[in-house]
Ligand binder design. Sequence first.
Ligand code: OAD
Length: 260
Amino acid sequence: MPTASFAPSTRIVVFTGAGVSAESGLATFRGVGGLWADFDPVTLATPEAFAREPKRVWDWYASRYVGVRDSEPNAAHRAIARLEASFPSLLVVTQNIDRMHQRSGSRRVLELHGNIWTARCNACGREVDMASLIDLTDPTADSPRCGCGGRMRPSVVWFGERLPMGVFEEAAEAASDCRLLLVVGTSATVYPAAGLIELAAQNGAFVVEVNREATPLSHLADRSYRDLAGDVLPRLVTRIERRLAEDREAQLRDLFGDEP
Ligand code: OAD
């Protein structure tokens, strides 16, 4: 079994799902209180649903946007951002559309499923800030339209759509090549995203899972923490930071010995 050893050059990938934002007050998709317990994804998160009922789909995403906008990153997001200070090559790969990682200071973030902060025209592709549409939209009116006549949609990935060009490829390359994969708050059921865990494990990464519950890919984890991300991550990051500092201290002692 691989063991974890740390140096600032250690390649780390943090792979996150809705559970990392749960303690910010944002609902997860699956599990107790999950969004998909109330809605069938096929009726809301597909291009077909948008073509059939644009207003219903738009309104659902508009209300989620407002929820995200009015929420704050939590201790788990902040701990992940802090870890980047010790490991400059650290990459966050997220399935989340809430931009909480960026808001908490993470600089290297790949968004596999797009984001809810922007909208784009489904005809000409023009992108605008979601805020401008929400502020201008009369809630009783039809879903907003672009100047070209197309309908505006959230810049998220729906079921049956391709992931943004090149993003999954970059994530797969990083997962295949990392020493430590931290998997936080994902049910590991939606592909191709969940395949990143398999890729990392196959290529010898040390896999650490943080999730309240077991998932279908928990067996690939070298270590599982069955607890809240907001509790586990700050402690884990502090422990890693302490270990790095001790190693640095030991190297200096080695180098200079006790001689004056
Ligand atoms: P899910 O809702 O499927 O899974 C959330 C996971 O987080 C579950 O396994 C929970 O046990 C765990 N969890 C909940 N609260 C937690 C906490 N405070 N700390 C730690 N773990 C916690 O979310 P995702 O795996 O992100 O895709 O879902 C994947 C994709 O399915 C989403 O990106 C979305 C959805 O349909 C699209 O919309 C394309």
